[in-house]
Design a protein around this ligand. Structure first.
Ligand code: AMP
Ligand code: GLY
Length: 425
């Protein structure tokens, strides 16, 4: 089996797959210093379809799992399938759901999926009109892929306008108020198997301040979520979207990621992604009790209807992302990372690598914006959180930054009237 990508999500996937008795050979490309511990890394660019297909042939891989969005949008999953090998990840035509915000809006409108009202704008006058129409807070989204950094939500009109001018084609939309959560589903294009909800912290600083990032931490389960949330979103969002994609001749198979806001008018879609979320996948997989490989294989081969539904641990999991100095802007790389073994020694905590590598001397060094993920597991969120932060405190790296409020109770993100004391699972 071959996993494509090299972030925290891919280390989490590799770790879960390596635990799976059915997986005899596990490879990762390009991987990171963490995946090297559980899989064989191959220095292949994930967006180079020909190189990926060649690697798949050399490895005689029986399943390819695509982690990030860039290779999906570039059609790498199509190339792997064309070579006769099952691939977990949608076609380029289907991944357009993540690749273009305007296309996602069109699909949602056709499928009757609840989402923010929006306008696609190219010219400056269109942007001005849309900003006037929706009013502050302004939400301006780059139409194309931007690594989680293409969205500006601001009270400041000139910030909204200059972001629009810098992007070209944008989607301007209504501001959605309410706690956000992520719900993922496996789908083979027909059957939809929702996973468990998780919550991601997008902004760089505590209290949700500062610019958006790829995600600074996450936890699962959500003790405040309505008990029927998964069922409701599967019925109102996930299944109709998958059905609409199939109707349009762009069958969607792989992982469908719904980013949702729980508004007073019910859950509404903030965004779709065509792959596992990073870092939400890390706490999610910490709670998965069913072997992962058969689920991914059934998704890739159209056999999800016959797959046993995933089982989840009632335990809670919290992931804290440790980022490099400067993130989400330009970051320095090559900083030495110490303390990983100590963090692994914390009971109920483990470390997943994201942007890490080994230097010539074999030392662990930073190699990206998000560097490490510390996962804490516990009987409840408070315990999981303590374990994650105990682990994070052991990491030493110049300029390291992390949020201190991941999964903190009473944060703005916790749902309002739905608060319960214990997870309902
Ligand atoms: P996206 O890349 O579309 O997920 O947007 C990144 C982040 O911007 C989301 O996770 C939200 O926190 C915020 N955001 C996006 N769209 C909206 C919206 N319509 N209303 C409020 N916040 C939004
Ligand atoms: N955590 C947000 C994302 O994966 O897009």
């Amino acid at each position: 089996m071959l996993v494509l990508g090299g972030g925290g999500r891919e280390h989490a996937l590799c770790r879960a797959l390596a635990d799976d008795r059915e997986v005899t050979d596990l490879a990762c490309a390009p991987g990171n210093a963490g995946t090297a511990g559980v899989a064989t890394n191959h220095p292949v660019s994930v967006t180079d379809g020909a190189a990926v297909v060649e690697l798949v042939g050399n490895l005689a891989a029986d399943l390819v799992v695509v982690g990030p969005e860039a290779p999906l949008v570039a059609g790498v999953a199509d190339e792997v399938r064309a070579a006769g090998v099952p691939c977990f990840g949608p076609s380029a035509a289907a991944a357009h759901l993540e690749g273009s915000k305007a296309f996602a809006k069109e699909i949602m409108a056709a499928a009757g999926v609840p989402t923010a009202e929006s306008r696609v704008c190219a010219a400056k006058e269109e942007v001005t009109e849309a900003l006037d129409a929706f009013g502050p807070p302004y939400v301006v989204k780059n139409d194309g892929l931007a690594g989680g950094k293409g969205v500006v939500v601001t009270e400041d009109r000139s910030t909204a306008e200059s972001h629009a001018a810098a992007c070209g084609r944008v989607v301007v939309e209504e501001y959605l108020d309410g706690p956000e959560l992520s719900l993922f589903a496996l789908t083979d294009g027909t059957t939809v198997l929702p996973l468990q909800p998780a919550q991601d912290y997008k902004r760089i600083h505590d209290g949700d301040h500062g610019p958006n990032t790829g995600g600074m931490g996450a936890y699962s389960p959500l003790p405040w979520a309505p008990p029927t949330l998964v069922e409701d979103v599967a019925g109102a969002v996930l299944q109709p979207t998958v059905d609409e994609m199939r109707r349009r001749g762009r069958p969607y198979a792989g992982l469908l990621y719904a980013g949702l806001a729980l508004t007073s008018g019910g859950p509404k879609v903030v965004e779709f992604n065509a792959r596992f979320g990073d870092p939400e996948t890390q706490p999610l997989l910490a709670r998965l009790r069913t072997p992962l490989a058969p689920l991914l294989h059934a998704t890739a081969t159209g056999e999800l209807a016959a797959a046993p539904p995933p089982r989840w641990s009632a335990a809670a999991a919290v992931t804290v992302v440790i980022a490099a100095e400067g993130y989400p802007g330009a970051v320095a790389t090559g900083d030495v990372i110490d303390g990983v073994e100590e963090a692994e020694g914390v009971l109920g905590a483990y470390v997943l690598h994201a942007g890490t590598a080994r230097d010539e001397a074999g030392r662990l060094v930073s190699a990206g914006g998000r560097v490490l993920n510390i996962v804490g597991v516990g009987a409840d969120l408070a315990e999981a959180r303590t374990n994650a932060y105990d682990g994070a405190a052991r990491i030493r790296m110049r300029g390291a930054q992390y949020r201190t409020d991941i999964a903190a109770p009473r944060s703005r993100l916790w749902g309002y009237e739905w608060v319960q004391i214990r997870p309902t699972t």
